[in-house]
Design a protein around this ligand. Sequence first.
Ligand code: HEM
Length: 419
Amino acid sequence: MAQSSIYQQVLDPAHRADPYPLYAELRKTPVTREDDGTYVVSTYDELFALLHDPRVSSDPRNQPGLADGTAAPDQGQPDHALSFINRDPPDHDRLRELAMRPFGPPNTPGRIDDMRPWLTEITTGLIDKFAGKNRVDIVDDFAYPLPVTAICQLLGVPLEDQPRFHQWADGLIETLDPGTGTVEQRARKRDQVHADLAEYFSHLVDSRTSQPGDDLLSGMLTDRGPHAPMSREDVLATAGLLLVAGHETTVNLITNGMLTLLRQPDVLDRLNHEPTLIITFVEELLRFEPPVQMRTNRATVADIDIAGTTIPKGSPLALMIAAGNRDPSRFADPDHFDPGRADNAHLSFFGGIHYCFGAPLARTEAQIALSELARRLVNPRLVADPPPYRPNPELRGPRHLLVEYDSVAPARKEAGAVR
Ligand code: HEM
């Protein structure tokens, strides 16, 4: 029997708890070709170059095998419109700019900072519920509810509708797990959730069009700046994209953060004594345990010469970001977790035109969540190491993270304490 390639081994769920030795093997040949024609790229400089290369397309219509124009299955947009993560310039740039204007500087500078007190309040409320127990699941009881609530708040989903969003987000994530049914069953479920989401957003768009609020959805609908207006279809596709792109990624960042802190109690202790360390801690976490480990959604639209190999036009790419983040030719002592690392240009939010739109929000959420968990759980311990992982090799994270503790310290009086 032919031996499976290193890339195939990375895809095998048996290696989910610790894929890093396989990434080190991959890096020995920066660009390799799989039997199905996929080019696997694993070194920092080559990844960086391809992320910035206009000859690389994110449009699924350029993916061999997805030539019918349907969207890649994990992107979360209704079938009738491709969201901008799946588009190339000039459409990508126009739609991203329209979505960016109500999201942050220079047009809406206070958007994320204004969410801090409110995010702290949600975090505090979730940790308050841990009191009176001595064991919780950080995934289900904490990391899950926080990002979906944040995205609802950002989009302007009314509080009373938010439980439905939690169900939809759970439903979408469930469909990524091969253990929950056949490919067809999962595709059907995903289509159903997308249809429910599209119907919900459609009503919300109607109500925000007639009565705009101070939220992102209203901002996209009422923008009169360059490239406006954004079509209703594109607003719907963008809303779906934000929910999917911003949810499981952030769940995994928070969960990986708690796992890392519990594996290294000295770092946890340092964080409690040096609260500003949280900024570089979260960056190092992103580098060390990236929630998006790899992406397979790109293809070349011209021949590209790289690292002594020619990747022919029309080839699917597997960009192994997590391998690049541990490349010793870019990072000193890359397998060491250094919470104060200064030179840390990791690739976890990618780079180039598709650089993560939600990075400022993800960072803020993780900073608040992890410093509050570190401060309030008294004598926290891991119940199982490694914890059970989801099988997904791209969005990698624990399915559960059981933690025991002695008690819960009281909440801080002031909100928005992490600055
Ligand atoms: C730790 C959390 C997160 C990580 C690691 C992460 C990572 C990424 C990565 C790697 C990409 C590039 C994907 C690609 O081009 O194929 C991306 C794009 C994107 N992310 Fe995030 N993300 C996170 C959180 C968020 C949040 C909270 C939001 C929404 C508020 C968000 C919204 C987006 C959007 C809209 C794009 C598409 C950008 C474009 O195509 O121009 N992300 N993210």
